[in-house]
Design a protein around this ligand. Structure first.
Ligand SMILES: C[S@@+](CC[C@H](N)C(=O)[O-])C[C@H]1O[C@@H](n2cnc3c(N)ncnc32)[C@H](O)[C@@H]1O
Length: 311
């Protein structure tokens, strides 16, 4: 590290410390002087190494899917209820967060390959922000799920990702957790082919990670046998009737004690579907199991991830 970067690091540290009170400064001082931060630094570097593998996987997927990562055979339509009901073809574009993180999006915008705005009134400055929708979870969200929300001892457990799409959750579970069995279920055949290709290309252990091509509602056995179920919002992929039917199906088949991880609160999801009263006693919200790892995350990026257990 050059002298300049040491000066710059000190500058940044002083900026941060200037926002703290005396008690908080004492805690940080203790963390540094006891050298406890060294262990945390090692763990952070190890997380960064695992993240590099996911970056490589993402780069391979980019070569085999369209830029918007939506398959020709898919029917994807904005929902009619909830916080994304304002999305439409004019104001929304799909930018897959697993494939493109914030920095890459910024580069694509600079190159003109992605736009941030749309014009509501041609030739005027009357523009609006485009809504970016991702159908995959980001690397950051995946690390948070497996390193903070869920327990660390998952060797005997089965994880099921409902609607596994490009496989982001499966690869995250493979590299950030100890889960014994990782299963993705996906109704779109092209998406299943992408996942299988990546599993083979990166020589993942096929006894540990698998993809099942099916509508989840035809595989109650898989749902009932899983200990952890991950559901990224499904609104763009089904109408409200099917969505309601699916939650009834989950209530019937997910076993007691199963962890459910969602990227929208269940009260919002059920409220939007007018099912809150009916299902509110089915789940309990849980505290993260690995709180000691929160220091590795920008919590503002992770406050949309929720952990529940089935009562
Ligand atoms: C929002 S994406 C989730 C992607 C992935 N789980 C992630 O978080 O990165 C939802 C996926 O669910 C799939 N899907 C929707 N309904 C399904 C069903 N009934 N059975 C299986 N897959 C379904 C869709 O094809 C889509 O690929």
């Amino acid at each position: 590290m050059s002298e300049d970067s040491v000066v710059n690091t000190k500058f940044r540290m002083l900026e941060l410390l200037s926002e703290l009170d005396e008690v908080e400064i004492d805690t940080i001082e203790q963390w540094i002087s006891s050298l406890a931060y060294r262990k945390d630094l090692e763990r952070k570097k190890s997380l960064q190494r695992s993240e590099k593998i996911l970056i490589n996987i993402g780069n391979s997927i980019k070569k085999i899917v369209p830029f918007e990562a939506e398959m020709p055979t898919e029917i994807i339509a904005p929902p009619t209820v909830g916080d994304q009901a304002d999305c439409n073809k004019t104001n929304t574009c799909h930018v897959d967060e697993f494939l493109f993180d914030e920095m890459e999006v910024e580069k694509l915008v600079k190159k003109g390959k992605l736009k941030r705005h749309y014009c509501t009134d041609c030739n005027s400055r009357n523009i609006e922000d485009l809504i970016y929708i991702s159908h995959s979870m980001s690397r950051q969200a995946l690390q948070y799920i497996f390193k903070v929300l869920l327990p660390s001892d998952l060797e005997e457990k089965q994880i099921l990702d409902i609607g596994s799409r490009l496989g982001a959750v499966l690869y995250g579970a493979y590299h950030f957790s100890t889960a014994g069995t990782i299963v993705g279920i996906e109704m779109n055949k092209e998406c299943c082919d992408v996942q299988q290709r990546i599993i083979d290309q990166f020589s993942m252990d096929s006894n540990r990670i698998k993809v099942v091509h099916s509508d989840v509602m035809e595989r109650s056995d898989l749902v009932a046998n899983s200990d952890i179920i991950i559901i990224n919002v499904l609104d763009f992929f089904m109408n409200n009737e099917k969505h309601k039917e699916m939650w009834h199906f989950f209530k019937k088949h997910i076993k007691k004690g199963t962890y459910l991880v969602c990227n929208r609160s269940m009260s919002d999801t059920l409220d939007n579907l007018d099912m809150f009263e009916e299902l509110m006693d089915w789940l309990s919200i849980c505290k993260p199991n690995q709180l000691e790892n929160e220091i590795f995350f920008d919590m503002e990026d992770c406050n949309e991830l929720f952990l529940y257990t089935v009562n």
